[in-house]
Structures are given as structure tokens and as C-alpha cells.
Design a protein around this ligand. Structure first.
Ligand SMILES: *[C@@H]1O[C@H](CO)[C@@H](O)[C@H](O)[C@H]1NC(C)=O
Length: 407
């Protein structure tokens, strides 16, 4: 009898476990784009009534989602889709809680005296790009769901930046914050956990997920630093080249930020100078010759023949290492050559780690898409930690829990 009961209980427990797995909501989105030449990864989201598709650049370095918007526009870029047309009834009033939260995330003043009927925003990015607009709500289509929740996002009518033509219609700002899209989805009960993850393939494309169970094995976790609340940062890092030679590139540890909105990685000028010297030493016996190429990529080399792909040239370079100090422990992120070099359209190979001091990054080390390729990178806001594990990003899982069980 007791044996039978234990069997019944075991089956019940299994059912409960399965029920929990299927109700643990997650959303997986397909990503397109690449590090070079597109310089960004983006999702397609269907927004509005009727639903229309828009490309949104995935940015874990900022917390506001916005679209180029016909408001009427003052300064704008050419975008791939017909520009989003807001309706006056979609406007979020200034006194709305969502407006207060957005200003808190952006670190701006929430003042309703001038325009009480709308929620103005002004967002400035590290690279000098900016968007001005108003907060709206509209319906968003989500993967594998029929209901379309109303989410708040920005309608940008004045965009400043160097490029005239964009590959995307706007930005999916899923950085640390309380008013970002993922926080809104959790608030509305559409996902159970505020977790974001991405897997960027070195072949281009990949996937992004919100919510779901966090992979439990194989992941290297670091707590998010408390003192940098606007960025996803596990604190300070040092850079090294070639594990065997222990070529130290940075003597002063500096804050590292994981930022999917940045195609390349950026280091402080002192580290950058060391890096260039160290790479030159590595390439001494190679037939690669220095050459100038893309104005953005300042360290490039060529063979006599044009290089076809990163695979043809990566053997010339040594792996890099990023070392995080966490209490008494050291945690490293290995960076194989394919995660810091690119092959350009002219067939040259260039460093994809750039001089951050020249691009206004100050003391920050930006870990961009290039360095996060072929890793599942997880931003776990529930437990305030960041994790990564090597992964193939070419096959899209159907839901985040499946990612967990495959690892
Ligand atoms: C990096 O940028 C800084 C600031 O613009 C500049 O002074 C420095 O010379 C640059 N370093 C290299 C190696 O290009």
C-alpha cells in the first residue's frame, strides 16, 4: 500500500513540475543583423492597430524603447518601414505613473507644468546619438500569444546622429530600469521573471528571450555591481592577451558594461595602446601588413590576397582574457580571436576593440556584440546577476526553459 502511495505521489509531483514548466512564461524572439557590416542585431516587432512590423535595435545599454514616429517629425532618418503614425488617444499623460518611472530610468526631471497632457522625453546615447519624443501606448504582438498587451514606448520625432539612413525603425531599450518593456511585461503578468538573455551568432542572427527559467548549469555568474545602477555591469575588469604569456593589457581595473547596443567593444586608451602593441608583437612573424580601411576601424591588416572570412585569419591572433575580480575570486571571460576581429568588405582584417577614450566612453569598458558572440548572455534582474555560457546561437529554441534543459 505504502509503495503504491509513493508512486501516486511521485506521479503527482511530476505533473506539478510539468505544469510549472509550461506556465513559466517566456518569450523567444528571432534576431537578425550582425557585427559587420550591419553593426547591430535587431528584432521584428509588430506594433499598433492594425499591427505593422518594425525593426528594433536590441540595446541592453538603455532602458527606453522608441520608434521613429510621424509626430510631425522635425529631424529624422530614413527607416526601413513606413513610419509609425500615433493617434492622439495613445498619448501617456504627464501625471501617469509610467511617465514618472520613465523619467526615473532616464535620470531626467519629471515636470508636468508645461505639457500636462503628454510625457516628453529626451534620451542621449553614449555615441552622441539622441532622440526626443513623447511616451505612447499601443498594442504589441508577442511570440506564441494571441493577446496583444498595451505597452508604453517612445514616439521619437527629433533624432540627431551621424547616419541618414538606418537599418532599423527604432530601439528596443531593455537595459536596467523599472519602466522598460520587460519590466512592463512582468508587471502585466505576461512573464514571471524579469530576465533577459541573448545569443548572438558569429554567422549573424541569433535569438533574444524575456522571462523563463534561467539556465542552471554551466553558466558563469557574477553579481551586478550595486554602484552602477543604470548599466548591466559586474564591476571592474582587467584585460590580458594570451593566457600563456600573461601579457597584461590594463594595470588599472575599470568598470565593464555588457551592452548589446554596441557592435564593437571599447576600452580605455591606456588599455587600447597596450592592446595594439601586444597585437603587433603577436603578428611579427605573420605576412599580414598594416593597412587603412574603414574610418571607424583604425587597426587593420591585409594579406596579398583579400581575406574571405574570419575563419581564414583567426589563427594569426591570440585569445584575449577579461578578468573580473569578485571578492577573493577571479572570474574570466575568454575572448577567442573571432570575438575581437572582423573581416571587412575590402578583405582586410581589423580589430573590433576600439579606443573608448576617442568615442567618449571615459573610464568605461564596453563589452559589445562582437565579444558576446556565440555566448548565451543572461541579465537576471530578479537575482541581480549577469551570466554567460558558450552556446551555439544558430538554432533558435522554442522557449527559454528548453534552453535551460539543453545546457
Ligand atoms: C585614443 O583616444 C585618445 C583620445 O582621443 C587619444 O588621445 C589617443 O591618442 C588614442 N590612442 C590611440 C592609440 O589611438
Amino acid at each position: 500500500m505504502a509503495a503504491m502511495w509513493s508512486k501516486v505521489i511521485a506521479i503527482l509531483l511530476l505533473f506539478l513540475r510539468l505544469a510549472r514548466l509550461s506556465s513559466s512564461s517566456s518569450m523567444v524572439f528571432e534576431l537578425r543583423g550582425n557585427v559587420y557590416p550591419i553593426r547591430q542585431f535587431f528584432v521584428t516587432m509588430s506594433i499598433g492597430e492594425p499591427a505593422k512590423p518594425y525593426f528594433l535595435h536590441v540595446d541592453t545599454g538603455s532602458g527606453l524603447t522608441w520608434l521613429e514616429c510621424d509626430a510631425p517629425r522635425q529631424s529624422f532618418h530614413k527607416v526601413p518601414h513606413e513610419v509609425y503614425r500615433p493617434r492622439p488617444s495613445n498619448r501617456v499623460p504627464c501625471e501617469d505613473e509610467r511617465c514618472a518611472v520613465m523619467h526615473k530610468d532616464l535620470g531626467s526631471v519629471h515636470d508636468c507644468t508645461e505639457h500636462p497632457d503628454q510625457c516628453d522625453y529626451d534620451i542621449n546615447y553614449k555615441d552622441g546619438y539622441s532622440s526626443m519624443g513623447v511616451l505612447l501606448t499601443d498594442k504589441f504582438s508577442l511570440p506564441m500569444r494571441n493577446d496583444r498587451p498595451n505597452l508604453a514606448f517612445g514616439c521619437g520625432y527629433d533624432q540627431q546622429g551621424e547616419k541618414e539612413e538606418l537599418e532599423v525603425d527604432g530601439i528596443l531599450g531593455i537595459g536596467r530600469g523599472t519602466g522598460d518593456l520587460v519590466s512592463q511585461l512582468k508587471h502585466q503578468g505576461l512573464i514571471t521573471e524579469n530576465v533577459v538573455g541573448h545569443c548572438l551568432s558569429s554567422h549573424g542572427g541569433g535569438y533574444l528571450f524575456f522571462g523563463g527559467d534561467v539556465p542552471s548549469t554551466g553558466v558563469t555568474w557574477l553579481p551586478m555591481a550595486q554602484e552602477y545602477t543604470i548599466y548591466y555591469s559586474p564591476g571592474k575588469v582587467t584585460w590580458n592577451l594570451d593566457v600563456l604569456l600573461k601579457y597584461e593589457l590594463s594595470k588599472t581595473p575599470r568598470v565593464a558594461v555588457f551592452d548589446s547596443g554596441s557592435a564593437y567593444s571599447y576600452v580605455h586608451k591606456d588599455t587600447y595602446e597596450q592592446l595594439i602593441q601586444a597585437v603587433d608583437v603577436t603578428l611579427q612573424d605573420s605576412t599580414l601588413q598594416k593597412v587603412s580601411d574603414d574610418p571607424e576601424l583604425t587597426q587593420c591588416w591585409r594579406y596579398n590576397q583579400p581575406i574571405q572570412s574570419v575563419d581564414d585569419v583567426k589563427h594569426e591572433f591570440e585569445p584575449l582574457e577579461l578578468t573580473f575580480t569578485h571578492g577573493a575570486n577571479q572570474v574570466t571571460l575568454d575572448i577567442p580571436p573571432e570575438n575581437y576581429i572582423v573581416v571587412t568588405e575590402r578583405g582586410n582584417v581589423c580589430l573590433g576593440i576600439l579606443n573608448g577614450s576617442e568615442h567618449g566612453m571615459g573610464e568605461l569598458n564596453i563589452i559589445g556584440d562582437i565579444t558576446m558572440q556565440n555566448h548565451l548572455v543572461v541579465y537576471d534582474n530578479e537575482r541581480a546577476r549577469i551570466g554567460w555560457v558558450r552556446a551555439s546561437c544558430d538554432i533558435m529554441p522554442r522557449s527559454a526553459p528548453i534552453i535551460a534543459s539543453r545546457l
